[in-house]
Write a protein of this length. Sequence first.
Length: 470
Amino acid sequence: MTTTHIPMFAQVNKYFDKAAAHLDLPPGLLAQIKACNSVFRVSFPLKRDDGTIEVINGWRAQHSVHRLPTKGGIRFAPQVDEDEVSALAALMTYKCALVDVPFGGAKGAVRIDPGNYSVTELERITRRFTYELFAKNLLGPGLDVPAPDYGTGPREMAWIMDTFSTLAPGSIDALGCVTGKPVTQGGVRGRAEATGRGVYFALREACCYGEDMAAMGLAPGLDGKRVVVQGLGNVGYHAAKYIQEGGGVIVALAEREGAIYSASGLDVDAVVAHRKDTGSILGFSGARDIATSGEALELECDVLVPAALENVITGGNVDRIRAMIIVEGANGPITADASELLLARGTLIIPDIYANAGGVTVSYFEWVKNLSHMRFGRMEKRFQEHTNEKIIRAAEGLTGQMLSDTARRAATEAAGEEELVNSGLEETMVAAYAELRVIQKDRGVDLRTAAFINAIGKVASAYTQRGIFP
Ligand code: NAD
C-alpha cells in the first residue's frame, strides 16, 4: 500500500468548518480554536553505533492551550512533517474535549524509521529529543504530557520519564510527565490495551442501535459481523482481539507485508504468534494470502477498522470500499473528500476523534494516578470486600441458603486498578457515543460532524468562561 501525501491539517479543518457552520459562535473565536498555537521544530545530532553523526529532525505542536497540560503522543515515522504533527495535535484538542479529558491538544514526532536504528540508538534519540523539549519548557506534568503513538511504546515512555526525572531532580510529580509507561514504572494497568479496547466499545455502541443498523441492512449487535482490521500494532491488535471476544468475526488482518483472509474467521492471537515465529502475517494456516495491505481494505465485509496509518482511504480507492461501517482506529485514515463520498453512500463512519479516544482517556487516568502517588483501588478494595462479605452473611442468615465458594468469591471481590480503569474507559466511551448520537439525530448530521460540534462547543465555552488573556 502506498500512502498518498495529502496535507492533513487542511483535512481536519474541513471537518472543523463543516461543524462550525452548525454553531452560532463568533468567527474570531472559531479562528482561534482552529489555529495551532505553537510548533517547535528541532534538529539534533545522533552519534550512530558506527561512530558517524546523523542529523535527526523532530517536532512538538501544541494546538490548544485552553487547558493545561497539553497532551498527545510522540510518533517515530519516516514521512512525518510539521503539517501532519499540527493536524494530529488539533485532533487531540477535539478528542480530549469530546471525552471530557481536561487537557489541551498536542502531538510530537521524530522523523525516523525506527526499524533502521539499534535499540541503543533509539534510546539516544528519545533521550535527546526529551532533553530538547525539556530545555524549551515543553515537557512536564503541568505543561505538556506525551504518550505513545505510531512507532513508540512503553519502552520509549520509560526513557522519557527517566530523562525528565534526571533533568528535574526532586520533582515529586515527575512520573506524570509522560503516560503509557510500563506498569512497573508508574504506568497504569489497562493503558496498553486502552485504545484498542475503546475502538471495540465504540463499535459495540454503534451496533447496538437497531434502527441505525437496519438503515444499512445490518442486524443489530456485533455478533457475527465480518470485520477487517488493518495494522496489527498497539491499536489494531487490541481492537481486533476485543472485537473477536465481543462476537465479531475477524475475516482479514492486514500488515505491511500483505494481508490474510479467512471467511470463517481468524484467531487474532494465533496470527500474532505466527507473525512472531515467521516474521510475516502471510502463510497462516487455513487463510488465503492477499498481496498488499491496501487490497484488504476493499474486501467484502461489514466493518472495516483502519488502524495503521493516515490517508489510506482516498479518492483513489473509495469506490472499491465495501464495508458499511468504518471505525477509524488510526488518526485520519480517510481523506475528507473520500469521507463525503462514503457518507453519500450511507456508510457509517465512526470518527477517529471518538473511536480512538480510549488511549487518551486512560492516559488521563495514568496521569491522575501519578499525581496521587497511589494505585487505584488500594485504599478501598479490602474494605469493599469485607462489606460485601457482611452483606452476603446477612442474606444467608435471612434465607438459610449458603452460597458456594465460587459464587461467594465472585460476589465479594471488589475492583482492583485494572477493573476500575476498564470501567472508567467503558463509561467514557458509552457516554460519549450517546452524546454524539443525540447531536447526530437532532441536527441531521454525520457522526464526525456531531463529534466536532460537540468538541468545538466545549472548547468555545472554556474560552468564553475563562476569558482571553490579557
Ligand atoms: P504501532 O506502531 O503500534 O502500530 C502500527 C502498525 O501498523 C505496525 O504494526 C505497522 O507494522 C503497521 N503498518 C505499517 N504500515 C502498514 C500498512 N501499509 N498496512 C498495514 N499495516 C501497516 O502504532 P499504533 O500506536 O497502533 O498507532 C496506529 C494509529 O493509531 C496511528 O494513526 C496513531 O496515531 C493512532 N492512535 C494510537 C494511539 C495509541 O494509544 N497508541 C491512540 C490514538 C490513536
